[in-house]
Design a protein around this ligand. Structure first.
Ligand code: NIG
Ligand code: FE
Length: 395
């Protein structure tokens, strides 16, 4: 580290530090260090170790025997939208099934909104997420479905994050209901040309009633030719080709993974595609839970994210998703915390976030609890007491 500049801070007296570096501390995947300290230099982590060995710095923060972990990496959200779908949720909770057709309601509201309204909405949900510990997030278009509306959504998102995903292929635009092939041509042609400069990723909702395997392959391949990297909404509502297509195309992530055959699990285990599980969606649609245990036991890398959107999962809370994953998806608290930090980073093919290692980004969460296990043990309790993003305390 570079001495004691004024931008150097040491956080001491951390009861449990989650590093996600298995060469540190207890040598578990979480690399837990007890009675730990962390030194932040500028926007980076400069040192980790035991408090008794921490170097002297000007700025000292006493964690008071609480836990510190990497900021959450929410690798799947849909935050550029207007309106909400309270009535649809209410109907579901009275027994109605989730239908992806509800996306059209949000498309109409989003098209009608001004840039300022979309920006204000996005900022509101980002602030909400930050207060709950999210320091890196991905977000998508997909509620515009015209060249102008998709590209404006991505432009608005790109002002807030590098992890921007073009999802013109969310559903077939209502304007093309009679000619889905023409919509696929638009998504892979003029719309892609307008959107690619604002995005890092391309996504497709591969599902009955949205896009089939051949359409998804064509869309993702066209995006790749424009320099975008693939990720897929796969196997959410039913079995289908999405997961195996994701592995075939080396997508960074196959998201949802709720309905999986053994061949799907084998494919994920054999490739580099992360399975991103989104329990907020199963919670809000009263659907069956994804079987995280089965994936983990097969050796698949699992990420946990919110899927925050007004239709299927209107939560910005990663802690809530951790609690669901532990309670209902067979994950241990350690596995769920790893999945929401290092797992999210893997799903975005990032190695500078999701861990507390020398040189990584100084994105940290201070919990009002002695260990990370409390995120699942104390569900619904606002445990996030402090957040540092790029070395600056923001909460
Ligand atoms: O990830 N599955 C597709 N897209 C979203 C839902 C969008 C909506 O219902 O508005 C999802 O669950
Ligand atoms: Fe989604």
């Amino acid at each position: 580290m570079s001495g004691t500049s004024t931008s150097t801070t040491v956080i001491t007296n951390i009861a449990t530090l989650v590093t996600n570096d298995p060469s540190l501390g207890d040598r578990s995947p979480l690399g837990l260090i007890q009675d730990a300290a962390v030194v932040i230099d500028g926007d980076r982590i400069a040192w980790t170790g035991e408090t008794s060995k921490a170097p002297a710095t000007d700025n000292r923060v006493d964690a008071g025997g609480r836990a510190v972990l990497p900021g959450f990496v929410d690798s799947h959200s849909h935050l550029v939208f207007a309106g909400d779908r309270t009535q649809e949720f209410n109907a579901r909770m009275s027994g109605r099934a989730y239908s992806a057709g509800g996306i059209r309601t949000t498309v109409a509201a989003t098209r009608a909104a001004s840039d300022g309204e979309l920006e204000a909405n996005l900022t509101r949900y980002l602030d909400e997420a930050l207060r709950q510990g999210t320091t890196t997030f991905e977000t998508k278009s997909g509620y515009g479905l015209t060249v102008a509306d998709e590209s404006r959504a991505l432009r608005i998102a790109a002002a807030h994050t590098d992890e921007v995903t073009y999802l013109g292929a969310h559903i077939v635009s209502p304007d093309y209901a009679d000619d889905p092939a023409a919509y696929v041509s638009l998504v892979t042609g003029e719309m892609l040309n307008a959107c690619a400069p604002h995005a890092r990723w391309i996504d497709v909702f591969c599902e009955k009633g949205a896009f089939d395997g051949d359409q998804a392959r064509a869309i993702l391949t066209a995006g790749r030719a424009k320099g975008l990297h693939p990720r897929i909404h796969a196997n959410q509502l039913s079995y289908g080709p999405g997961v195996q297509l994701a592995v075939e195309l080396d997508a960074a992530s196959a998201d949802h993974c709720t309905h999986l055959t053994d061949a799907d699990v084998d494919a994920l285990a054999s490739g580099a595609t992360v399975a991103t599980l989104l329990p907020g969606a199963e919670f809000s649609t009263r659907a069956q839970w994804p079987d995280a245990r089965r994936l983990l036991d097969a050796g698949v890398t699992v990420a946990l994210s919110t899927d925050c959107n007004p239709g299927s999962s209107f939560t910005s809370s990663v802690p809530f998703c951790i609690a669901l994953a532990v309670r209902d998806m067979g994950m241990t608290p350690d596995e769920a915390v790893w999945a929401a930090t290092a797992g999210g980073a893997a799903a975005l093919r990032r190695d500078d976030v999701g861990r507390v290692a020398v040189g990584s980004r100084a994105d940290l969460v201070l919990l009002d609890a002695p260990s990370h296990v409390h995120l699942a043990y104390r569900p619904g309790v606002p445990l996030v007491r402090g957040v540092w993003r790029r070395g600056v305390r923001v909460v």
